[in-house]
Design a binder for this molecule. Sequence first.
Ligand code: NAP
Ligand code: COA
Length: 272
Amino acid sequence: MDTAINYADKHVFVAGGSSGINLGIAMGFAAAGAHVGILSRSQEKIDAAVAEIEPIGTGRAAGFSADVRDPEKVEVALRGAFDAFGPIDVLVSGAAGNFPALAKDLSPNGFKAVVDIDLLGTFNVLRTGLEFLRKPGASIINISAPQALNPTVAQIHVCAAKAGVDMVTRVLAMEWGELGIRVNSIVPGPISETEGMRRLAPTPDALATVGRNVPLGRLGKIEEIAAAALLLSSPQAAYITGAVIPVDGGWSLGGDRVAMAAILAQLAKAPR
Ligand code: NAP
Ligand code: COA
């Protein structure tokens, strides 16, 4: 069995790949030799990310500006990547939005904004991406969140959206299995130095409370999520599909939810 993880000349496309965990995933695949396409809204962030990705490996990098809520723009981006690098071997859907808000204070449009980015956006990326995927052989990875598994105070919008994302994973694993396409979710735990944690645990005290409640006793690293994505898209994972896989130091098993709820409820009351 060949156990080396090598993505030389493979095409990896990461929706939401201009920062944080998704950029780390893009960089991980680039280091393993892949050509990498990324998509997000901000051209400035895209340009900076492409400049960071390109020198890493032997592959090339390209960036596309699109909002995942706009399927026509998403199609233009995916077609551009397909024209540049050929069929997509790995498609990652990780664009997301988050802010703490108690349900009673959340407007319908606030709820909709997050569901539209995370859930409808994932549908748009995958549904549009189908035409451009390598068939058979492609791996799709949806980036979920612990809120999909555990009801979380001040996160009703994210809980609903990410639980939906995991159902998209499972349904498409069933529908697209016959095309030789695998579909899985990675559920990152709390990951240090990310926008998500800046929004949900913005103080040293809040970060310490989170760390204490991870069974492995620390926050995760972006590279640890990238490593899981590389493994999950490799031939070693050829029989894994429809799986929702926590990469979280055990965070989703439990912990002191009351302490976390108190932090989030307090944050949600703070002025924006
Ligand atoms: P981040 O740096 O803010 O990443 C979000 C990415 O999505 C950015 O590249 C952003 O770029 C893009 N994006 C946002 N809205 C978009 C839209 N409407 N259309 C296209 N692109 C859009 O946050 P992160 O904390 O690394 O989170 C990355 C992923 O991991 C998310 O799916 C998140 O739910 C998940 N996650 C994070 C954690 C954590 O600890 N941070 C834990 C569990 C799960 P633009 O602003 O340029 O659009
Ligand atoms: N609390 C309550 N409601 C909020 C809010 C907050 N902190 N931030 C935004 N909203 C509401 C807005 O008031 C608006 O509702 P309204 O029209 O009824 O007033 C709605 O959400 C949409 O806001 P808008 O700023 O127009 O959305 P957008 O599409 O420009 O941005 C967000 C989407 C709000 C998710 C924005 O935070 C974002 O772009 N996030 C991406 C980065 C991120 O969240 N990273 C972490 C990933 S885990």
